[in-house]
Design a protein around this ligand. Structure first.
Ligand SMILES: C[S@@+](CC[C@H](N)C(=O)[O-])C[C@H]1O[C@@H](n2cnc3c(N)ncnc32)[C@H](O)[C@@H]1O
Length: 171
């Protein structure tokens, strides 16, 4: 299950690299879902289902989108409010199958601080646009997911100061 698939360039790469998984892209924006369909149509991949509407900040979605062996979420949490993040994460924890993994990618604060001037500037710009949004602290995100029964399995440094946080649900 990919949450917030966006235009679809990621899911076609993932599906090609991991052909043993059936990939389910989602996005609440119909324009993005149309873009996913266009990217998928350009491939010969058969392991990508048509993109579904999913507003991951809506309570209760897990019962319609799980259990999933892998949930991928890239570049969303800094664009939504903390209460919305809390809903996303509790539903992710519910939707993840026992033994499943959650891969969460994005920019994060560390000990409340941005890790570069570019990140600090982007965070400030987001908060100027909407004071409820902006970068989240990785410690808060990890603590929330742990409180919902997930194990923090790995933190992988990615280009441009981004992180890939990996969580697992005990089998
Ligand atoms: C910055 S884009 C990231 C897209 C893609 N994951 C990427 O990294 O290129 C944010 C995406 O989140 C989607 N989005 C916004 N609010 C959302 C929500 N509440 N639940 C799920 N997706 C949401 C938007 O439609 C958009 O496609």
């Amino acid at each position: 299950l990919e949450i917030a698939s966006g235009t679809g360039e990621h899911v076609i790469r993932f599906a090609a690299a991991m052909p043993g998984l059936e990939w389910q892209p989602t996005d609440p924006d119909p324009t993005r879902r149309a873009s996913v369909a266009a990217w998928v149509a350009d491939t010969k991949l058969r392991n990508i289902s048509p993109a579904l509407h999913l507003d991951a900040a809506r309570p209760g979605w897990a019962k319609d989108h799980g259990p999933a062996d892998l949930i991928v979420l890239i570049n969303l949490l800094h664009l939504i409010s903390m209460p919305e993040v809390a809903t996303v994460l509790v539903e992710v924890a519910k939707a993840l199958a026992p033994g499943g993994r959650f891969a969460l990618y994005g920019p994060f604060l560390r000990d409340g601080q941005a890790t570069s001037q570019g990140d600090a500037d982007f965070d400030t710009a987001l908060r100027a646009q909407d004071p409820a949004i902006g970068y989240k602290d990785m410690a808060d995100v990890i603590a929330m997911l742990q409180s919902h029964g997930l194990t923090h399995a790995d933190t992988i440094a990615m280009p441009a100061n981004n992180l890939l946080l990996v969580f697992s649900r005990p089998a």
